[in-house]
Write a protein that binds this ligand. Sequence first.
Ligand SMILES: Cc1cc2nc3c(=O)[nH]c(=O)nc-3n(C[C@H](O)[C@H](O)[C@H](O)COP(=O)(O)OP(=O)(O)OC[C@H]3O[C@@H](n4cnc5c(N)ncnc54)[C@H](O)[C@@H]3O)c2cc1C
Length: 461
Amino acid sequence: MRLTIIGGGISGLSLAHSLKKRLAPENPIKEILLLEADSRAGGKVRTEKADGFLCEWSVNGFLDNRPQIMELSKELALSPLKSSDAARRRYVYSGGKLRQLPESPGAFLASDVLSPLGKLRIMMEPFIPRKTDPGESLASFARRRLGKEAYETLINPMASGIFAGDPENMNVTSCFPRVKTIENKYGSLIKGMIKLAKEAKKSGKGPVGAGPGGTLTSYYEGMEQLIVALKVYLSDNIRLGAKALSIESTGKGFLIYLQGGDKIETDLAVLACPAYEASHILKDLDKELSSTAADIPYPAVSVVSLGFRAEKIPGSTDLFGFLVPGIEGRKILGTLYDSSIFPNRAPRDFVLLRVMTGGARASALAMKDDDALIDIARSELKDILKITAEPDFHRVFRHEKAIPQYTLDHHEKLAGMDSALTRHPGLYITGNAYRGVSLPDCVENSEKLARKIITDRGGSA
Ligand SMILES: Cc1cc2nc3c(=O)[nH]c(=O)nc-3n(C[C@H](O)[C@H](O)[C@H](O)COP(=O)(O)OP(=O)(O)OC[C@H]3O[C@@H](n4cnc5c(N)ncnc54)[C@H](O)[C@@H]3O)c2cc1C
């Protein structure tokens, strides 16, 4: 049996890897082909080196507390690079000032990140009743459980940091399933975290929380090292410059039409491309699937990387960076200190900062030209960090369709798509548009899908 994957981002590549490592006489799949529209594989994961700086186009790392991505690194003989201690010092820009996010309950009580009333409101969280509403927004959930101030100062910027999203329009269960599970199971996030921490201590596991946890991790040569290793492993299975335009059913399989006139016959097909591309490809095969996929919005995000001689930066550079709550009305989502998180990202005596703009908050801003984006980044850094010097290095990476948004009806879209897919046995859909946007989510979903595809065909995974 031949299986064809459309899309060579981390979702498609890790799926191909999961399937290839299981190729065996008892496995019904005998041939794997991955079609990638671009002249390079990797999708959003891309690293650029210039003038001694190492810049990430988008992904700057992943959390190491999810087994599948760590297992994948191991299988590819890669050594993950843990972020430095500085990565623990995270700030939020609130009330016109950078304030450090506390790392422990004691530090939380002493910190100035929330007012005394805001802190008191968080302490009331165990007394707030649980609510079952599958369409609840992240903003409503956070205001209900933690109060308005904690929502505006802590949760709103976190939503920008991960999803570049608008919390009023993000489905809390789809975006943060673990948080919702804790509320459902324990009736309170604080009570649930205390119980889980006790259980983890008893079983000898590390600390747990409602948040993602883990340590930010990458590779010495940047995130592209993962893509390079996957390309080596998959070599003959990848076809670059192969853009799928449409797919049709042949009765016993599928025919995929490529740009340029080629056709690929396949028994099984997986769409691992962005949802808006899946929508085009599926237009003739299934209108319902196609229109649901088209309904998943992708705001734009731009990344401006700025390198400075260290002495040009006032104040400490020994930190992860800061996020900006929407209520502050600034033009940037936040700034990361790339060369503090992973010190080899800048030459000695230089600092590499990465400024993010756009997202659901201000998508159009992210599509301005390079000079305008650099001006925005510099003027915001001047106000917030008092950096007045010219950068010694700059790069701009623009993502017109950056991160898929799990809007309030996302669960209904997924249910509709799952049900529509039953009309097309042998056709599967994956990628960051559906069940998790982070790299670890994509790799975990690929591993699960590889097992499902094999067991669906009577094989053993
Ligand atoms: C600015 C930014 C910062 C981020 N930072 C982080 C981070 O620090 N940590 C983290 O975990 N995640 C981060 N993410 C999220 C993460 O990058 C993505 O969720 C993940 O890389 C998506 O992988 P994917 O394979 O699902 O999709 P993509 O990377 O979008 O890959 C899809 C692939 O399909 C190909 N394709 C499209 N159409 C066709 C077609 N018709 N035929 C054939 N091929 C096609 C594309 O060329 C592309 O290669 C970030 C995202 C952005 C935008």
